[in-house]
Design a protein around this ligand. Structure first.
Ligand code: ADP
Ligand code: MG
Length: 330
């Protein structure tokens, strides 16, 4: 028999429409039955779960068109909509950061439960850190995991195109945030979040920032507001206080560097003979995006050179080339 906790968790995940959690618990129950020697029951449960997962996947994709929201009129110029299917498991993260993203997803999935107690899930998030370390990807993951549209706010349009009108444009965006549940991404957020008084925030930018601060005071409906920036030090301190959560994305350290290589090269012949320690040393200080790009360069070279396997030398060479290229850009 399943335990009381398992039964409760199963019902809870069903009520929250959290398919992944539902199937995970059901699988645990099947495994528990198998351990007790109830192999037939375990097998039947497993078959039911597998069948359910297929239905769940087609349910998701057939449901997507219904949830497609297309901004119209002026909003169409300000928001870019997409429907990402990116999952959290695709990201390589420290345990700490992974837990914090999971917590956001879990609170959002159980939004009604929280609201029943007059509480709100974390919904205004500030993502900071080096380029190529997963800030934009995290916004896609939140949309993908929560099956919400991703609305990327066109900040440049807001600032340059609508000089003098920016507050009303921003109001349009915040109205949409309140009315239409989605993940709204203010990417490269520092372009409006300049510290007031730093000399950079002339005229319009200051007005936009002040409107932004006012709008941030209000609840954002059931949406998520995600602001991402590479230069958190430029951000106005008044802004920091208005976010519910701050996630810092750092460049990977040795273990995560190795994991990035292993994942990217998992289908490449010769990967089992690579000296990952040596490779990780060469890749120190690079972002996830740079490591991935370097792997692709090495794979291309292997294919075009008619080699059947990748080796440590190929990767070290590609990493050194990439490093020289990055230095040249500094
Ligand atoms: N933590 C990560 N785990 C896995 N892939 C990553 C990670 N960070 C970056 N990437 C890869 O690099 C690409 C660019 O990352 P992105 O999220 O745009 O970086 P940022 O917004 O921080 O500059 C992603 O599309 C993904 O392929
Ligand atoms: Mg980005």
């Amino acid at each position: 028999m399943p335990t009381a906790d398992q039964l409760k968790a199963l019902v809870r995940s069903f009520c929250d429409k959290d398919d992944a959690q539902f199937f995970a618990i059901a699988l645990q129950m099947a495994a528990a039955e198998a351990r007790k020697g109830h192999h037939e029951l375990a097998g039947e449960l497993k078959a039911l779960i597998d069948k359910g997962k297929v239905h769940s996947a087609s349910f998701i994709s057939s449901r997507n068109p219904i949830s497609i929201v297309t901004p119209r009129g002026e909003l169409a110029d300000l928001l870019n909509v997409s429907h990402p299917e990116t999952r959290l498991s695709e990201m390589i993260l420290t345990k700490e950061l992974c837990k914090r993203i999971e917590r956001i997803i879990s609170e959002q999935r159980q939004i009604n439960k929280l609201k029943g107690h007059n509480l709100y899930p974390r919904q205004k998030l500030l993502l900071t850190g080096a380029p190529g370390c997963g800030k934009t990807m995290t916004a896609s993951v939140l949309a993908g995991e929560l099956r919400l549209p991703l609305m990327v706010v066109r900040l440049e349009g807001l600032i340059t195109k609508y000089l003098g009108e920016s507050a009303s444009k921003l109001r349009l965006i915040f109205d949409a945030i309140e009315k239409t549940r989605a993940v709204y991404l203010f990417d490269e957020f520092d372009s409006i979040g300049f510290e007031r008084g730093s000399g950079l925030d002339v005229g319009e930018i200051r007005r936009i920032l002040n409107s932004f601060l006012t709008f941030m005071e209000y609840q954002a409906g059931n949406s998520l507001l995600v602001a991402a920036t590479n230069c958190a030090q430029n951000l106005d301190s008044a802004l920091f206080r208005r976010f519910d959560d701050l996630l810092e994305f750092e460049k990977p350290q040795s273990q995560l560097i190795i994991e990035t290589f292993k994942r990217r090269l998992c289908l490449v012949p010769g990967k089992e003979n690579l000296d990952f320690k040596k490779i990780a040393l060469e890749a120190k200080g690079m972002s996830f995006a740079e490591i991935i790009k370097t792997c692709d360069e090495a794979i291309k070279e292997m294919i075009l050179g008619d080699k059947t396997e990748i080796n440590t030398g190929n990767l070290v060479k590609a990493l050194r080339e990439r490093r020289a290229f990055l230095k040249g850009r500094e």
